[in-house]
Design a protein. Structure first.
Length: 277
């Protein structure tokens, strides 16, 4: 009985801690939504109002009047989807090579490839910008998309997942006359759906939230993505925070939808791909 009481007390404290942590995480998001429903005169009112007295959607309508926000949403979707597809294709092929094929220097090459993850993205911005200008890609979608397609993280994540797949499956396929491409496409890929979903979520979030690189290679509002568009809402002398928060709400909705849809696969992929906390 005493042991059960101790366990119950521990569970109570654990749940209380989780509730406090969840509330701490949720309050900023709720405040963001609350601010987006206020008029500008009540945003900085004292004392602060968590629940607006007269909620309004005027901030959202003004958002689409001040900037081509609908075009920016489509730009962000195009960039995020393209980067996600590119990372899944390139990462899965490289991961198959590093996990299944044997060749001299494979481990050394993989370590060198992983070492690129330690290079800050800010270091490569100037060389990439020079390359994009040489190719004539400034203010184009390919300039935003191409540098984000090839990542060592995606290769590492999928390689760890591929290593957990029994080799008996592919050996049986090779006996039946299957090629490496057939094994990769019809055996490895279907079995690795959780890891692929995990990489897709990470890639989509990375591309959707990308700010610094799109800021460097775009100066046309027709090509800009949402994070860059949000930065335009910050004035030099005055910032309308209700508009900024409305833009942040619009920006975060697609990510929440993607995560909720792929949540089951995402959790399985994290467990099986070696990126557990």
């Amino acid at each position: 009985m005493e042991k059960n009481k101790k366990v119950n007390i521990k569970n109570v404290f654990m749940y209380i801690g989780l509730i406090i942590a969840a509330a701490t995480m949720l309050i900023p998001f709720l405040w963001m939504v609350s601010t987006s429903l206020k008029t500008n005169q009540y945003v900085l009112s004292m004392p602060p109002e968590f629940f607006p007295k007269n909620p309004t959607l005027d901030s959202y309508s003004q958002l689409f009047e001040l900037l081509p926000f609908d075009r920016m949403i489509m730009n962000s979707l195009l960039v995020a989807i393209s980067v996600t597809i590119g990372q899944v294709i390139s990462g899965s092929m490289a991961a198959y090579v590093f996990s299944r094929l044997e060749f001299r220097g494979k481990n050394a090459l993989f370590l060198i490839y992983l070492a690129t993850m330690m290079v800050p993205s800010q270091v490569t911005i100037v060389p990439l910008f020079i390359l994009m200008r040489y190719l004539g890609w400034i203010n184009t979608y390919q300039a935003i998309i191409s540098p984000m397609v090839f990542t060592a993280f995606g290769t590492f994540l999928l390689r760890q997942s591929f290593l957990t797949i029994p080799k008996d499956l592919e050996e049986a396929a090779f006996i039946d006359g299957a090629s490496h491409w057939t094994v990769f496409w019809k055996i490895i890929m279907p079995v690795s759906k959780p890891a692929l979903a995990t990489l897709s979520v990470f890639a989509f979030m990375q591309a959707w939230n990308a700010y610094l690189w799109p800021l460097f290679v775009t100066n046309d509002e027709k090509i800009m993505t949402l994070p860059v568009g949000l930065a335009l809402l910050h004035g030099r002398y005055l910032t309308q925070w209700n508009l900024v928060m409305a833009g942040a709400v619009v920006t975060i909705i697609p990510m929440l939808i993607i995560y909720l849809v792929t949540q089951e696969y995402f959790v399985k992929g994290v467990v099986t791909s070696g990126i557990k906390g």
